[in-house]
Design a protein around this ligand. Sequence first.
Ligand code: ZN
Length: 155
Amino acid sequence: MTNDFQDLYQDIVMDHNRRPRNYGELQDFTKSSEGFNPLCGDQLTLYVKLKNGILENISFTGVGCAISKSSASMMTEHIKGKSVAEAIVVFGAFRDMLTDNVRSDFPTDILEDLEIFSGVSQFPTRIKCATLCWHTLNSALSEQNIVITTDDNNR
Ligand code: ZN
């Protein structure tokens, strides 16, 4: 990472950590899921209002480190209004960006501002902080009512 990029990353993460977007429980959610990252202690609950295959609204509550909170905050901004299919593709691209650090089958341009998290791939213990919200979303959308715990096989 260049210093400029590092600064941008810090600024954005700190801003979302201080003022998380879409924070709080939705009144009219249709799906909800909980995620927990035991490595860091990050906890997250997602609320999704799904209508005709579109994520009409999404919010989250939880406690955790700056990375987990800012990642959840930016995820909700990014996928609100998108279809479930689109959200799953973004999840795939985001996960691959962090875990493989090479391009996969997923296009990078769909990540847009989420690309600022690419540097997290250099810190393996923090990857799960960034991906927790996405795994939790995936769980909410896949009809499974289970608590997601990230482990070595599921990051
Ligand atoms: Zn964390």
